[in-house]
Design a protein around this ligand. Structure first.
Ligand code: G16
Length: 543
């Protein structure tokens, strides 16, 4: 086995987005493209000499090939230990846990998350740091600089490793451990939750449908929900990971998990419906006839977390991304704990979690998690819901109604306009950004703007500042519209418009969210000149 240095012309399009580098799979399959990005990561972290890494992915097309390449580059860069999920499989939260549990120097996670998989779909690479969390902005900026100046990469000529067999082997001086992707994660969940109470719930006839969307959480959900907690076989559907996710879009929201939504709105609905995404960090929760928005789910989980063993002592604080509704702020206020508003991207929660300032975090994009790992965690959210349902003996709908009666309801919806020509989306954002100072006092579709600004984040732990994190427009009557461009798409630009309207505890909580938000939608579309810029007037996705 020898290592060689391969000369390379740098690529100039390897800028990590909201969550790692995401591209079309064929881009990653181009000669030297993956190699260049991986070498740039090694350069950005000061080399691989003597270091240990976790490697795994969501099983999408090109997962196994990418892992073999990373192993060869890691060998040539002097890594001494690799921990790899069997068959290349690790959910993102499970990878985060392994990094923390085994004290590695970081991990490579192969996933484009909720984006479809396949040779003509998407692929991605994320690097998580030694705390188990996504590389912070300073590190991703360093990686990008490395990609632009890269002259060569190091690679070993060893044969491919056998990803199927659990056990430890050696490649030269490097130890390679192939591990069961589920067992360490299951043990962690057993520490956090009251598994006896959840088992008793299932034994008492509680019915659930968990849609793994042909993605990575299938093996985890089968092992935890059915084998360990005793949910009947068949509780987990679409539970075998497929490299093209069954040609579906593994994004757990009412549009892409429509079959589950239809079931939950039917007469035959089970007590709980849940789904997770490509790499297992997102979740959707839906009760019988009651969809729970991710923002509400965060608030309900925070308000009831004390019912689970891990959180009986209470929460240090709660953090949410800026576009997420203020529902969790109200819970924090009542609990008398800190709450934080961060930019979109789980990486921004890392410092707050590491500093012990927050225990629970969440985002409108179907992500919730806690300080048990440094990623959002789909199955964790499902298990915390189950733990709460087991303890409160109420239905999901009753828990929601009760929550709103206590805190009021934040009607919420995100409208996505996908694959817009990038120049048109940029023009909309630039124009809106320029006119922000002139908006207060102006009326659009009957609503008057009270305040408008661009969100910047000052990290209270390390003092770093992140600018250009979304445009916010507040209206008379308490409504808010946020505009930002997605950092995870791979085709053109995706414009996200986030709408939120607060109805106090004594108000009407029974409206359909799209109806309740219609005036705000009209004002947001009008003031941004959405149709003039993009030709669109109907979103592709409403969450
Ligand atoms: C990623 C990030 C999340 C973010 C989401 C959407 O999730 O980890 O923090 O909220 O993308 O980001 P954007 O609005 O920029 O598309 P995931 O599940 O894709 O890794």
């Amino acid at each position: 086995m020898t290592a060689q240095s391969v000369k390379i012309t740098p690529f100039h399009d390897q800028k990590p987005g909201t969550s790692g580098l995401r591209k079309k799979t064929r881009d990653f399959m181009r000669p030297q493209y993956l190699e260049a990005f991986i070498q740039s990561i090694f350069n950005a972290i000061g080399g691989g000499h003597g270091k240990a890494f976790v490697i795994g992915g969501d099983g999408r097309f090109f997962n196994a090939e990418a892992i073999q390449t990373i192993v060869k580059i890691a060998t040539a860069n002097g890594a001494t230990r690799l921990i790899i999920g069997q068959n290349g499989i690790l959910s993102t939260p499970a990878a985060s846990h392994l990094i923390r549990k085994y004290g590695t120097d970081g991990g490579f996670i192969l996933s484009a998350s909720h984006n479809p998989g396949g040779i003509d779909e998407d692929f991605g690479v994320k690097f998580n740091a030694a705390n188990g969390g996504p590389a912070p902005e300073a590190l991703t900026a360093k990686m990008f600089n490395e990609t632009k100046a890269l002259g060569s990469y190091e690679i070993s000529d060893q044969p491919d490793i056998d990803l199927t067999r659990i056990g430890t082997t050696k490649i030269g001086a490097m130890q390679v451990e192939i591990v069961d992707p589920v067992s360490d994660y299951l043990a962690l969940m057993e520490e956090l939750f009251d598994f006896n109470a959840i088992s008793a719930l299932f034994a008492g006839g509680f019915r659930m449908c968990f849609d793994a969307m042909h993605a990575v959480t299938g093996p985890y959900a089968h092992a935890i929900l059915e084998d360990r907690l005793g949910a009947p076989k068949g509780t987990v559907v679409n539970g075998i990971p497929k490299e093209d996710f069954g040609k579906g879009h593994p994004d757990p929201n009412p549009i892409w998990a429509k079959t589950l939504m239809d079931l939950m709105m039917s007469d035959n609905a089970p007590d709980l419906g849940a789904a997770s995404d490509g790499d297992g960090d997102r979740n959707m929760i839906v009760g019988r006839g009651a969809y729970v928005t991710p923002s509400d789910s965060l608030a309900v989980l925070a308000a009831n977390a004390h019912l689970a063993p891990a959180y009986t002592k209470g929460l240090a604080g709660i953090a949410r991304s800026m576009p997420t509704s203020a529902a969790s702020d109200r819970v924090a206020a009542r609990l008398g704990i800190e709450h934080f508003e961060t930019p979109t991207g789980w990486k921004f929660f890392g410092n707050l979690l590491d500093a012990g300032r927050v225990t629970i975090c969440g985002e409108e994009s179907a992500g919730t998690g806690s300080d048990h790992v440094r990623e959002k965690d789909g199955l964790w959210a499902v298990l915390l819901w189950l733990n709460i349902l087991a303890k409160r003996n109420l239905s999901v709908a009753q828990i929601l109604t009760d929550h709103w009666a206590t805190y009021g309801r934040d009607y919420y919806s995100r409208h996505d306009f996908e694959a817009i020509e990038t120049s048109k989306a940029d023009a909309l954002v630039a124009e809106l950004s320029d006119k922000l100072p002139t908006l207060p006092g102006q009326c659009f579709a009957g609503l008057t703007v009270t305040k408008a600004d661009e969100f910047s984040y000052h990290d209270p732990v390390d003092g770093s500042v992140s600018t250009h994190q979304g445009l916010r427009v507040y209206f008379d009557g308490g409504g808010r519209a946020v505009f930002r461009l997605s950092g995870t798409g791979t085709e053109g630009a995706t414009l996200r418009i986030y709408l939120e309207h607060y109805e106090p505890a004594e108000g009407d909580h029974s409206q359909d969210p799209q109806t309740a938000l219609a005036p705000l939608r009209d004002a947001a579309y009008t003031l941004s000149r959405l149709t003039e810029h993009t030709g669109r007037s109907e979103p592709d996705v409403r969450t």
